[in-house]
Write a protein that binds this ligand. Structure first.
Ligand code: NAD
Length: 440
């Protein structure tokens, strides 16, 4: 099949590359000329395990192309995906300007029947807006060309995006024509070798499914963080409670790890957008609002533990920080707890020395760009020199089993604040290390 994917970020580039891997001819489009130029030179603008190799292979096989010209890209396409960003607008709702700009360009340039697929996470009713936008442009041109608008929300996880896309738990398709369902089924069938995991539904339900899925996962995290905060106050251990409740099959172990709060490009903005969708439709989403409030507070839990240990004024103190990315396996720092913790410590006069295997460029260029009193290092042990304590915020594998003797000998005082409960098993107190974690 001839496919066009508009938006070559985490979702667009991964989807396009995986479709190409299955033998389709895919053109990835982006408005960002530098990004497209880099991709044409074989430079992958994001870090995602396995992506670079797969992009290079499919470019070489002439299954994957890059361009900034949407009109050319869709001239031969049967399906066009919209995979541009839907960032949080000023009022918390999803900003649809990029999605609708793409819809407009499609309407202006399409020449033959197309299935237009919303892959971006968009509020319920967006497919209707996309349809109206395209139709308006066709009317201006005086053209009568058939098209379908489909909702196909994406569930991949950064850090495991290729595996998630190649072996999806399910593919959700919301459409209102047999033609569109058939096309989507043909496109996705190669991804289901053992059994069909294709879920078809109406368009609005598909749009809602994505928000419901992310809100559910965020709820599990905030729920467990709230339990952890109560545990700390009553002398219980949230880690033991986690194991105790996870063993119940109705609850399960996934997504109930207490920690420093969720971040990333999806949960924070999607939870906020869902709250806004409810509000705009006359419903106050109390649970969703609490999920967000608990998480906002949780991002600062480690900073509060530090203040409790060292006092309100941290001037003259230095902290060594391991982990900036919002989770391991990615360079993405959007809404990462590290941003909040670093800013809070610096605000209180502290200096922070930082190391992350992948996200330091992002931190330097964007998320901690104008923050003073921070320093970046290229190895995890270097940040500990002349530091009063170690803070762990992202559970990268290289942080999971460190040399505790070296940590102890390098820090001014052997203290660890573990925002991801990674070191519970090591009995650090017995090694002479003062150990603070979440939920105990
Ligand atoms: P991203 O910011 O990494 O990429 C978006 C890309 O779209 C950028 O490269 C941008 O230059 C490009 N773009 C913007 N306007 C354009 C236009 N008019 N024409 C062509 N390109 C344009 O975003 P992302 O993380 O890939 O997310 C995309 C969507 O997918 C969002 O709605 C997001 O919520 C959703 N989503 C993201 C993830 C994830 O893990 N990142 C997972 C599931 C769903």
């Amino acid at each position: 099949m001839n496919i066009t994917v508009v938006g070559s970020g985490y979702v667009g580039l991964v989807s396009g590359t995986c479709f190409a891997e299955m033998g389709n001819k895919v053109t990835c489009v982006d408005i960002d000329q530098k990004k497209i130029q880099k991709l044409e030179e074989g430079i992958i603008p994001i870090f995602e395990p396995g992506l670079e190799q797969m992009v290079l292979k499919n470019v070489k096989n002439k299954n994957l192309f890059f361009t900034t010209n949407l009109g050319n890209a869709i001239s031969d396409a049967e399906i066009v995906f919209i995979a541009v960003g839907t960032p949080m607008g000023d009022d918390g709702s999803a900003d649809l300007q990029y999605v609708l700009a793409v819809a407009k360009s499609i309407g202006k340039t399409m020449k033959k029947r197309l299935v237009v697929v919303d892959k971006s996470t968009v509020p319920v009713g967006t497919a209707d807006k996309v349809k109206i936008t395209i139709q308006k442009e066709l009317d201006v041109r005086g053209e009568d060309i058939d098209f379908d608008v489909v909702s196909n929300p994406e569930f991949l996880k950064e850090g495991a995006a290729i595996t998630d896309f190649m072996k999806p738990d399910r593919v959700v398709i919301g459409a209102d024509s047999e033609y569109a369902f058939d096309k989507m089924k043909q496109l996705y069938s190669p991804f289901f070798r053992t059994h069909d995991r294709f879920i078809t539904m109406d368009i609005r339900s598909a749009e809602m499914t994505k928000y419901a899925a992310n809100a559910m996962l965020a709820t599990k995290i905030s729920f467990m963080n709230e339990i952890a905060n109560i545990c700390e106050r009553v002398g219980a251990d949230a880690n033991q409670v986690r194991i105790g409740i996870g063993s119940d099959q109705r609850i399960g172990y996934s997504f109930i790890y207490p920690g420093a709060g969720y971040g990333g490009s999806c949960f924070p903005k999607d939870v906020k957008a869902l709250k806004k969708i409810a509000e705009e439709n006359g419903y106050k989403a109390n649970l969703i609002e609490s999920v967000e409030n608990v998480n906002d507070a949780q991002k600062l839990v480690i900073a509060h533990k530090i203040v409790k240990r060292f006092g309100e004024n941290l001037s003259g103190m230095t902290f060594g920080l391991w982990g900036l990315a919002f989770k391991p396996g990615t360079d993405d720092m959007r809404e990462a707890p590290a941003i909040y913790v670093v800013k809070e410590l610096v605000k209180r006069g502290a200096k922070v020395k930082m190391y992350d295997p992948k996200a330091m460029k992002e931190a330097k260029e964007f998320y901690l760009k104008n923050v003073e009193n921070i320093e970046y290092f290229n190895s995890k042990y270097e940040v500990l020199k002349e530091a009063n304590a170690l803070i762990l915020l992202t559970e990268w594998k290289e942080f999971r089993s460190p040399d505790f003797e070296e940590i102890k000998n390098t820090l001014i005082s052997p203290i660890i604040f573990d925002g991801r409960n990674q070191y519970i098993a090591y009995k650090l107190e017995d090694k002479g290390i003062e150990y603070y974690r979440i939920g105990k």
